[in-house]
Design a protein around this ligand. Structure first.
Ligand code: AMP
Length: 493
């Protein structure tokens, strides 16, 4: 049963904004969380980005803050009352944009601060006064230290994507930030998983939280065709290009495990004429936002990215996801392939296993998704009769709709296997125009978000964390990936 926003008695400015967004019914997390937040209780919510979580916390917080709303120009009349912390710049930006939309008919102000950008414009905005401050932990600490952000009137704190913040190593930063806040406050914590670390964090900072779980077990959507190929490192690019061509894939996410690998792969695919862009932590903020925009608009076909950079981004319904590298963490596999096959659309998830540690990583995935995985041998086209595709059922040239992405690939393969050219008017676009299918406003995926189980082995990084405890960590909270925290880098390079 889903209910309408009209049942909530939201204040008129908020109800108007929601109506303008075109939301008709609440998503499950909204249905459960909004009344609880309105009633002033702490929340521990199992939900990830894409479930409608932002509205689930921001609408009731805005509603509660309306009593402070004023049109004064004095900064003192606009102290930070709600602090929303997120692990990455993109997520912070995405959430702030949404909050601004929900608050657009109120006098409540929202600002976002994250690293990789000049501090000055952020400082100016903070100095003018904002009621809702969305931030990544590192940059917020910089502003606190510079006395740009005063947090002694904060009434609400949202720890969003908390599991990812701990993974990245933000625990010490979070602890410092939370130490600056008034003890009397409402704290909301959202996480894709309720790992022991998350439970400990909640135990330290939440008071009698209401637990809300709208998640399902570790399932991958049945609409996603999952294929695992055994491919040597040297052959991965060739395998990727072949599958893109054979399947007529218009757009895909290509996941790699490191920033360096990400940049390298994107560069080499781009050099080979594929419309490719990269998304990883070493790119400037501007570059990252541009890369995302270009992919969303369908101007690029392949988005090569790392898990951290792609986590939670509001891009849905990509026709295919490639795991160019098998993720180190099985849960990331589920996150990655959750990008495709949404809203009932069929999707393809292709993973390349290349030996070494990959067998163990694939076994971990098998255990998590509780489905047997068959590792197939990759058959390359030059090993087969000319023009036959992998499954031998269709002839790619007979389809008569080969677009330029395939065309480019044909040209790449030309020295090895010359083929007649197939041309179309838009260069390097996918066969059906390249725009991903967009979902309707009510995405059925909302009903079954992903929830990962608790891994039954201690991750290596956690063992390392025990050996070298990070600064300022309370004894009852186990640090995670503190090395990353110290170096302010979320991704392996
Ligand atoms: P979030 O999980 O907050 O990042 O939201 C994911 C996407 O769902 C955003 O594009 C929201 O605009 C959209 N969304 C949020 N709530 C609803 C709703 N009740 N109905 C339809 N779309 C929604």
């Amino acid at each position: 049963m889903t209910s309408s926003f009209s049942n909530l008695s939201l204040a008129e400015p908020l109800a108007r904004a929601v109506a303008e967004m075109g939301y008709e019914t609440m998503t499950p997390i909204q249905e459960q969380a909004i009344p609880v937040v309105l009633s002033g209780q702490d929340v521990m919510g199992a939900a990830q980005t894409g479930t409608g979580k932002t509205a689930a916390f921001s609408l009731p917080l805005l509603q509660r803050m309306l009593k402070h709303e004023n049109s004064s120009t004095s900064p003192a009349r606009h102290p930070v009352r709600a602090l929303v912390l997120l692990p990455t710049r993109e997520l912070a930006d995405q959430v702030a944009q949404q909050v601004k939309l929900y608050a657009k008919y109120t006098n409540l102000r929202c600002a976002v601060v994250f690293g990789g950008m000049d501090m000055k414009p952020q400082t100016l905005e903070l100095k003018k006064g904002v009621e809702v401050l969305v931030a990544t932990p590192g940059r917020l600490l910089d502003h606190i230290e510079a006395k740009n952000a005063v947090l002694n009137q904060v009434e609400y704190v949202v720890l969003d994507e908390a599991d990812r913040m701990l993974d990245i190593g933000f625990l010490p930063d979070l602890q410092r930030i939370l130490s600056y806040l008034p003890k009397q406050r409402i704290t909301l914590l959202f996480s894709a998983t309720f790992s022991p670390e998350i439970k400990r964090l909640a135990g330290s900072y939440l008071q009698d939280p209401v637990t809300i779980e709208v998640a399902r077990p570790n399932e991958t959507a049945s609409t996603v065709e999952q294929r695992f190929y055994s491919v040597s490192d040297d052959d991965k690019r060739r395998a990727l290009k072949q599958i893109v061509r054979q399947r007529g894939i218009t757009q895909a996410f290509v996941f790699v495990n490191s920033k360096l690998g990400c940049a390298r792969l994107a560069r080499s695919l781009e050099r080979e004429g594929l419309k490719t862009t990269a998304l990883h932590g070493d790119k400037s903020q501007d570059e990252r936002l541009k890369a995302l925009e270009a992919f969303k608009k369908g101007e690029v076909d392949l988005l090569v990215c790392t898990d951290v950079a792609a986590r939670g981004l509001d891009i849905k319904d990509v026709p295919a996801v490639f795991n160019f590298d098998i993720p180190f963490n099985a849960e990331d596999y589920v996150h990655r392939i959750g990008r495709t096959g949404r809203a009932g659309a069929s999707g393809l998830a292709v993973s390349f296993a290349s030996g070494g540690n990959d067998a163990r990583l694939v076994a971990d995935i098998e255990k998590l998704i509780k489905k047997p995985i068959e590792l197939e041998a990759m058959e390359y086209e030059e090993d087969r009769p000319r023009g036959r595709i992998n499954d031998g059922r269709r002839h790619w040239r007979e389809e008569g709709e080969a677009g330029d992405a395939r065309d480019v690939l044909d040209k790449l393969d030309a020295p090895r296997e010359p083929r007649p050219e197939v041309r179309s008017s838009s260069p390097a676009r996918g066969p059906v125009g390249g725009r991903p299918h967009r979902s309707a406003s009510r995405d059925p995926f909302f009903d079954k978000p992903y929830e990962a189980g608790e891994p039954d082995t201690t991750p290596a990084w956690e063992a390392a964390a025990k050996a070298a405890p990070a600064r300022g960590i309370s004894s009852n909270i186990k640090p995670k990936r503190k090395v990353a925290a110290l170096f302010k880098s979320a991704e392996p390079s």
